[in-house]
Design a binder for this molecule. Structure first.
Ligand code: GTP
Ligand code: MG
Length: 405
């Protein structure tokens, strides 16, 4: 013990401190060292914690299951992922109808209507600007009467203070809406919304138009929409001129889950329409859609044949066809008025379907056509996919055309 006192005294002396080590200091230091020793032994031999035990079990299991063992410290906070909160991987959704419409009308919007708006950024309406507007309106093919009317009203509007691009677009929207909204109100909603309360009351839709306007494709899309709503649809392949036309329709009908009635050997088109309606009535179908062969409105004999096809349906149902729809390719522009007038005179059209708007900058022609004929647009087509056909909504159409949101 005295040796230990001496050792401590030497250490104190070396550190230059004026402290005297006595036996009490030695006992104190020895006690502290002893306490440290006991503590160390306890920590080494104490029972492992529950958490560590569990972590080890999991690690063993993971190894047994050949799972990858995480090197993350076990104590690190782990976000709990329960089946309810786990993110479900959804199939990427396609574009919405609004997006499709906007894209489909982008040619017309960018090349004509958008340019019109930009004329008014910071400019006053002088003669040069008016001329520019006129030129673009003729390019839009909305028809000379409407174009002249629009310019007259514009001259008044543009006198107002702060008349810029947005004000011009709003003025255009109001003007175009006023040209169409009364006629558009006449659209029969049953045409695109299958109503369960009408189940079994066969509605006959006859689809007509010039060659290649998009009749068969539109019928395919329409049938798909209606069967998708739970309706039973029978389609009559009345285009007996081309075998390929029937094959094309058959593919669409199979996809839509619609029944297709084709021509019997040597049957004429009106016979197929009759058979299709008979089949639809027999099976209490909700819709009977007739695909007719394309024809030029100037061919009198073909137009007569169409009339015959329509009249024969009345033998089965006096009120048939309930809808006679003319398909118009948007690229036709104002020339469609002549077509529509002829078809209207022969058959009495109840609606128009405006197709291929995506391929033309003349989608605005619809306004002039509706205004002139007083026949509403029922559907609009902006591409070749099923989703590219939808009900024509005037507000949506004008917003997309004028790039308003
Ligand atoms: N881009 C685009 N193509 C379309 C649209 N609608 C139809 N088509 C295409 O236009 C072409 C003609 O369409 P059809 O449906 O065969 O036209 P149709 O009026 O039945 O033709 P006929 O029976 O020969 O008189 C096809 O290649 C269609 O895919 C559309 O909205 N956009
Ligand atoms: Mg066809």
């Amino acid at each position: 013990m005295n040796d230990l006192v001496k050792l401590l005294q030497d250490l104190y002396d070396q550190s230059g401190q004026n402290i005297t080590a006595d036996i009490n200091h030695v006992y104190g230091a020895g006690g502290a060292i002893g306490l440290l020793l006991v503590l160390s032994l306890y920590l080494i031999f104490k029972k492992p914690s529950k958490k560590i035990e569990e972590a080890d079990v999991k690690t063993t299991e993971a190894i047994d299951n050949k799972e990858e063992v995480s090197t993350t410290p076990k104590e690190a906070p782990v976000e709990e992922v329960t089946p309810e909160t786990a993110p479900v991987e959804e199939a990427p959704a396609g574009p919405t109808w609004k997006e499709r419409l906007k894209k489909g009308l982008s040619k017309s919007s960018n090349e004509v209507w958008g340019k019109l708006g930009s004329i008014f950024t910071g400019k006053k309406l002088d003669d040069d600007t008016l001329e520019e507007v006129e030129e673009l309106l003729y390019g839009a093919d909305i028809g000379p009467t409407i174009a002249a009317e629009l310019i007259e009203e514009l001259e008044e509007e543009a006198k107002k203070d702060g008349f810029g691009e947005q004000e011009f677009k709003q003025f255009l929207k109001q003007f175009l809406d006023s040209k169409m909204n009364t006629v558009q109100k006449g659209v029969d909603v049953d045409l695109y919304n299958f109503d369960e309360s009408n189940r079994g009351k066969t509605k006959v839709i006859m689809v007509v138009g010039v060659n290649g306007a998009g009749k068969t494709t539109t019928i395919g899309k329409l049938a798909t929409k209606l069967t998708g709503q739970g309706a039973k649809v029978v389609v009559g392949a009345c285009d007996t001129f081309r075998a390929a036309a029937v094959d094309q329709l058959e593919v669409w009908c199979q996809r839509a889950g619609a029944e297709m009635i084709r021509a019997k050997e040597g049957a004429n088109p009106s016979g197929v329409g009759y058979d299709a309606l008979q089949a639809a009535l027999n099976s209490n179908a909700d819709y009977c859609i007739l695909d007719t062969a394309g024809r030029l409105h100037t061919k009198g004999n073909l137009m007569d044949e169409l009339k015959k096809s329509r009249d024969v349906l009345k033998k089965l149902d006096e009120s048939a066809p309930h809808q006679t729809l003319l398909v118009i390719d948007a690229i036709t522009g104002q020339n469609a008025i002549r077509q529509a007038e002829e078809f209207n005179n022969t058959l009495g059209l109840s609606g128009l379907i405006f197709t291929k708007c995506d391929g033309s900058s003349k989608a605005g022609a619809a306004i002039g056509i509706v205004d002139k004929l007083k026949v509403p647009i029922t559907y609009i087509g902006v591409g070749e996919q099923v989703e590219d056909l939808n009900v024509f909504n005037l507000n949506e159409y004008l917003d997309a055309l004028l790039d308003l949101d």
